[in-house]
Write a protein that binds this ligand. Structure first.
Ligand code: GAL
Length: 368
């Protein structure tokens, strides 16, 4: 497991140049602003999958699906895999023929699981890689075995995706563009207005950043684009510290507790790359006697139920819905198309949804 271990003094001294979240990157991006309703997406996905299932004449019940998840203990991927299994069954697969395995956040373990699936002769593989950088090796062995492959959640590099297209391989990636979620996090802070957020009145937004696994493009993009939304809106920012919490609540709690000890009331905003870490941050904030919405602001990503309840009660400023329904259904639909002899686009995207107290109940009703 990687850790960014840097002394807080060093962080304070070199904050502006050393860390991604503390730099001033100017990379251009396109961030779709309006997200289609999840109900509409679900209805579309249902119709597509029904058609695909009809076309193969019910054969899906005999097809074996291997699913590799990078780590079962990850809250978001737990929602994802539950929905993926339910949806596959609803589309005609037999539950007995769906095998979902835990990579335990170890690429060697997951590679062994992929080798086993190949040896067993599964008909299709759905893989959430432990390390996106291992995608090339994974793709090579799965393609060699003649098995169609759907990557989920952790996007392989652009070069790797280009290889699938150049070779016409039955490989695709399903996921959301994390730049959009980062931008939405930043926009929720911008929407509060400088006067509200700039609690110490120095004309700048002092923030801390708690990052997911830095190998993961979701962590990189959310870190960069949340802050970019502030600077794009003309706000001055001041990164107090940027630390890696590996998507985990306990690590984030420790990081934020330390940061609060070091920077105290100077911290105005806590950006967390996901909700699990925002829940840890909230524990640290409450223990330090600070109050979200009054003297500090806190945003996450995923829209876990607990985070949505916190947004409703004002304990979190906002979150971003990471639509596990749409992503798991699209992944299953892509697998069905491959099994049906059809092709897929090499990148299948989906939209995030910004969540504040205004729409948190609606999203909570959907995810519960
Ligand atoms: C992100 C999600 C995180 C974590 C990560 C795993 O999309 O927001 O909570 O699940 O995927 O790769």
């Amino acid at each position: 497991m990687k850790k960014k271990v840097v002394s807080l003094m060093l962080v304070a001294a070199m904050a502006a140049t050393l860390f991604a979240g503390c730099g001033n990157k100017t990379e251009e991006t396109q961030t779709p602003d309006a997200a289609p309703s999840t109900e509409a997406q679900t209805a579309d996905a249902d119709a597509t999958a029904d058609a695909a299932a009809d076309a193969v004449g019910g054969d899906l019940a005999d097809k074996k699906v291997g699913v590799c998840i990078y780590q079962f203990s990850d809250n978001f991927m737990t929602l994802f895999r539950g929905e993926l299994e339910n949806y596959l069954v609803s589309q005609g697969f037999s539950k007995d023929n769906i095998t979902i395995v835990d990579g335990a956040n170890d690429q060697a373990t997951q590679t062994g699981q992929i080798d086993n699936f190949i040896a067993e002769g599964v008909d299709v593989l759905i893989i959430n890689p432990v390390n996106s950088s291992s995608a090339e090796t994974i793709t090579d062995k799965v393609v060699e075995a003649g098995i169609p492959l759907v990557y989920i959640n952790r996007e392989p590099s652009a070069d790797e995706e280009a290889r699938w297209e150049e070779n016409g391989w039955n490989v695709t990636y399903v996921g959301c563009d994390a730049r959009q979620s980062g931008t939405m996090q930043g926009e929720m802070i911008v929407d509060l207005g400088l006067e509200t957020v700039d609690l110490n009145g120095d004309g700048k937004i002092q923030y801390i950043m708690v990052e997911g696994d830095p190998e993961n493009v979701d962590a990189q993009y959310r870190t960069e684009f949340s802050v970019k939304a502030l600077t794009d809106a003309g706000l001055d920012v001041d990164c107090l510290t940027d630390q890696v919490g590996n998507w985990q609540q306990d690590q984030a709690q420790q990081i934020v507790a330390n940061a609060l000890g070091q920077y105290g009331n100077d911290i105005e905003v806590v950006f967390c790359n996901n909700d699990a870490m925002a829940l840890g941050a909230l524990q640290a904030i409450e223990s330090a006697g600070r109050t979200v919405g009054t003297d500090i602001y806190l945003v996450g990503v995923d829209a876990l139920s607990e985070a949505l309840e916190n947004v409703l009660s004002g304990k979190m400023t906002g979150t971003v819905f990471n639509d596990h329904f749409s992503q798991s259904h699209s992944a299953a639909d892509a697998a069905i198309k491959f099994l049906n002899g059809e092709t897929n686009e090499y990148y299948i995207g989906c939209d995030y949804v910004k969540v504040t107290a205004d729409n948190a109940q609606e999203i909570l009703d959907m995810v519960k």
